[in-house]
Design a protein. Structure first.
Length: 124
């Protein structure tokens, strides 16, 4: 069986954000770091965006950015600078004046990111 961090990365790359979140939470239970909290927030935001929510993902992406920024440029084998650029790209898609129930972000417009423990693969 793979370790929770590897499982989280694999689930993230498969766009199984809820499962990635749960695996990152397993890691967090053993090592309560702000880095892991940031990854959990990111997964939660992406999962909620896919479900059509916008208010909570806007907040969660801002929190993920703040939590991950101190770990730039690299941490735990991940390119944190690239993660931050990805978060900024997703945040830019969410209009400031739209709330859940009054609009949504088209999921197909949200860029996808593949994580690699040696560095992040460019998002598309």
């Amino acid at each position: 069986m793979t370790d929770p961090f590897t499982r989280a990365i694999e689930n993230f790359n498969a766009e199984a954000y809820r499962e990635a979140l749960l695996a990152f939470e397993e890691c967090w239970a053993a090592e309560r770091t702000e880095f892991l909290r940031g990854l959990i927030q990111l997964c939660n935001a992406l999962n909620q965006l896919r479900l059509g929510l916008v208010t909570s993902p806007r907040y969660l992406l801002a929190r993920a950015d703040a939590l991950l920024a101190p770990y730039a440029p690299h941490h735990a084998g991940l390119d944190v600078d690239h993660l931050l650029a990805y978060i900024a790209a997703v945040r830019a898609l969410i209009p400031d004046d739209v709330e859940t129930g009054h609009g949504r972000v088209a999921w197909e417009q949200v860029p996808r990111l593949q994580l690699d423990v040696e560095g992040s693969i460019p998002f598309s």
